[in-house]
Design a protein around this ligand. Structure first.
Ligand SMILES: N[C@@H](CCC(=O)N[C@@H](CS)C(=O)NCC(=O)O)C(=O)O
Length: 207
């Protein structure tokens, strides 16, 4: 049995997206990190970092943390020929885009969202917001250029590479971010987020 620890107010949504894409049975244990449920001894035994998401897979005999790594595990173990390409070059590209999403995009994008959305209004800084945006604009340009003339990042099909990048970039929609300067990215993001699996996760009750 696969168990996802984390609610829909967390990065667990990207793991739920993979599970829904693959049609895998799973149970979800909502760990409320806003009330400190992520720091209980029970949860720290699952993820000593005290963060969600985490994943347990009793069939695979593994407990994992780090949302991108969880997705790569699920894609490799259960998504061969679907989310996980069969050729080594395609697989390497999926790793490339996963690391890119984690290191070149997510931190700066989350920084902007915290600055413009989560911080109390009195504490927001337009200068800090501008700095975060300047840091991720090269990444938006990079992925927009890569998507010119093609539908998906790796090969001819939607893969874990698309999912890992789309879940990060889509969070900018919380800010109604203007993707007009990046037409290839905008088209691709719409295709990713229109997928039934993502729509299902997006319609789950928040929390
Ligand atoms: N790099 C980690 C980040 C996990 C993370 O920061 N999770 C947040 C919720 S989305 C959390 O648990 N925050 C509570 C805390 O840091 O105490 C991942 O991708 O899984």
């Amino acid at each position: 049995m696969i168990t996802v620890y984390g609610g829909t107010n967390s990065r667990a949504t990207r793991n739920l997206w993979v599970l829904e894409e693959l049609g895998l049975p799973y149970e979800q244990k909502k760990i409320n990190f806003t009330t400190g449920e992520n720091k209980t001894p029970e949860f720290l035994a699952i993820n000593p970092s005290g963060k969600v998401p985490a994943l347990g897979d009793s069939d695979g005999n593994v407990t994992l943390s780090e949302s991108f790594a969880i997705n790569l595990y699920l894609a490799q173990r259960y998504g061969a020929g679907k989310l996980w390409p069969s050729d080594p070059a395609g697989q390497a590209k999926c790793l490339q885009w996963s690391f890119w999403a984690a290191t070149e995009a997510e931190g700066h994008i989350v920084g902007l969202i915290v600055e413009k959305f989560f911080k109390p209004e009195a504490m927001r800084s337009a200068e800090a917001a501008k700095q975060f945006e300047e840091l991720f604009i090269p990444s938006l340009k990079r992925i927009d250029a890569d998507l010119a003339g093609k539908d998906w990042l790796v090969g001819n099909n939607f893969s874990i590479a698309d999912l890992q990048c789309a879940c990060v970039i889509n969070s900018l929609n919380m800010l109604r971010y203007d993707f007009t300067p990046y037409p290839n990215l905008a088209r691709w993001l719409k295709a990713c987020t229109s997928r039934p699996a993502q729509q299902k996760v997006a319609s789950m009750p928040r929390g």
